[in-house]
Write a protein that binds this ligand. Structure first.
Ligand code: HEC
Length: 141
């Protein structure tokens, strides 16, 4: 039952994440076709989060593991790209990479409950980091 509630929450969160991501993409694409490397990597994150959800849904643990690994590597790459990251940013970034590593391990162990929970935690961390960035940006206005 707990897992059922979790997956429903997850699915609902994902609809929000992917649909708002889509809108943002359309808007951005209209304005300028040129994305920064960070923006491209971030969009890849969306794709891999979706692949993790698909893997969990269809019992494809190899896919979950591969996308978990990609997410961890993308996060490491993007953290190198950030100029003057705050201590909070670094903490959130490290958390995300640890959650992705947990996801990889749980996928290898075929532990679907733990992998589902990892995906929820990663979703929360995406939002946490973006909110942090908005707060920092607002402070500098
Ligand atoms: C540790 C911080 C951090 C985490 C965690 C994080 N992001 Fe981001 N995200 C950023 C930064 C920084 C930007 C702004 C990139 C830019 O505009 O250069 C961004 C922007 C984005 C964008 C907009 C890209 C564009 O085209 O403007 C998307 C989509 C995105 N992130 C998806 C995700 C997803 C999905 C996750 C979780 C799986 C995630 N991010 C986790 C830091 C983070």
């Amino acid at each position: 039952m707990r897992v059922f509630i979790l997956s429903t929450t997850l699915a609902a969160m994902f609809v929000v994440v992917t649909s708002s991501g889509g809108e943002a993409q359309d808007q951005k694409l209209d304005k300028s076709k040129k994305l920064t490397s960070n923006q491209m990597l971030m969009r890849d994150k969306l794709v891999h989060m979706n692949r993790v959800l698909e893997g969990i849904t269809l019992d494809k643990f190899d896919q979950v593991e591969a996308s978990g690994k990609m997410l961890r590597m993308i996060s490491r790459a993007t953290s190198w790209h950030i100029v003057n990251p705050t201590a909070q940013y670094k903490r959130i970034s490290t958390n995300f990479q640890e959650q992705a590593a947990d996801l990889e391990r749980h996928a290898k162990e075929q532990n679907i409950e733990a992998a589902t929970l990892d995906l929820v935690r990663m979703n929360i961390t995406c939002t946490q980091c973006h909110q942090h960035l908005r707060e920092v940006a607002a402070r500098h206005k």
